[in-house]
Design a protein around this ligand. Structure first.
Ligand SMILES: [Zn+2]
Length: 339
């Protein structure tokens, strides 16, 4: 019996050792290499969110302008070079919003990397809007196209086409996500139109500090009374301040809107002396909540802005509340937030 056992072990042991050795060897092998994802860099958070909706987890996505930073004066620092140098594709708004970033990109991106300028492919030069904060004689049009959801739809289609061109194996995912996102944008557009009907016609006017709503106003027939922030981001002249106070008194504008990014004692004074309400809650390039929150998205930002705006102007934002703002394929982008 004993002999048999030993004999059995003599046979089994090398087999056991062999398999153990194989197991160890397998453990030493590097993990199965993940397929390399397209490395995409965007600029402002709403555009990052649009790309995130279209791409889901199929790309690596970094918004180079840290969320909450003033995009109009943002200058990349030298350490941002490595983000641009590693990118396969840079997606910008265009219309001169990101000149310093584009300069740095041209000097440091890989020779075969692509740059997609969304705004430049969305409207023609004839449709550019020049205004108080973006005067024609300075040659830089108002760049805030994305606050018009119709333009956001076009952005989404352009992004989907470009990602499919550069990364054809994921085309089906980009197509499906983009279609789902477009449906939500259409629902948003519809809800905006419904909500605006609840605002008394004489109140459908905007006086804002930061001049970011003209393309929105063009689509939904709002009148822009004015913006307060001059093109050099300084304070307006006393004469301009007086003109605006007289105008909102005369026209009985119920509310004027400041921005969270640009605190404005001047606009507060204009509102007070014009006997209007001052609301400093609008934002054009920072998303509400934090990455992973359903409202941390382009649609979430629009709903929050428009709820604030429509209710202050005497309307209801009920229709907007029914829209699901969460990114259609989850939250995957790096927004480079400081908190
Ligand atoms: Zn802006």
């Amino acid at each position: 019996m004993k002999f048999t056992n030993i004999n059995t072990w003599l046979v089994i042991l090398p087999i056991v050792l062999f398999f153990t050795a194989c197991g160890r060897q397998e453990e030493k092998l590097p993990p199965v290499k993940a397929e390399k994802k397209l490395n995409v860099v965007t600029t402002v958070a709403p555009i990052t969110s649009i790309v995130e909706n279209v791409a889901g987890d199929k790309i690596r996505l970094t918004g180079i302008i840290p969320e909450g930073i003033n995009s109009h004066t943002f200058e990349p620092v030298p350490s941002d070079i490595k983000i641009l140098a590693a990118a396969d594709l840079l997606i910008v708004n265009g219309l001169d919003l990101e000149i310093p970033t584009l300069n740095l990109a041209r000097a440091n991106m890989k020779p075969d990397a692509a740059i997609l300028r969304l705004g430049d492919k969305t409207i023609t030069e004839k449709e550019y809007i020049y205004d108080f904060s973006f005067p024609k004689d300075q040659g830089h049009p108002n760049p805030h196209l994305w606050l018009n959801p119709e333009h956001a739809m076009r952005y989404s289609m352009l992004v989907s086409d470009e990602l499919s061109r550069l990364d054809a194996k994921n085309k089906d995912a980009y197509d499906a996500n983009s279609a789902a996102f477009l449906k939500k944008l259409e629902a948003l557009d519809h809800a905006i139109k419904e909500s605006i009907k609840t605002i008394p016609e004489e109140n459908r006017r905007l006086l804002t500090y930061h001049d970011s709503w003209p393309y929105f106003a063009r689509r939904y027939r709002f009148q822009i009374i004015g913006a307060v922030q001059p093109s050099d981001f300084s304070d307006p002249s006393p004469r301009e301040v007086k003109r605006l106070i007289d105008q909102i008194r005369k026209e009985k504008v119920p509310a004027v809107f400041g921005s969270e990014v640009f605190p404005s004692p001047v606009l507060e004074q204009i509102a007070r002396e014009g006997k209007s309400r001052y609301i400093d809650k609008l934002r054009d390039d920072a998303l509400p909540g934090k990455p992973g929150d359903p409202q941390h998205s382009y649609i979430g930002m629009m709903i929050e802005n428009l709820t604030t705006m429509f209710e202050a102007l005497g309307g209801s934002a009920e229709a907007l509340r029914k829209i699901d703002s969460a990114p259609v394929a989850g939250s995957h982008a790096d927004y480079r937030r400081k908190d």
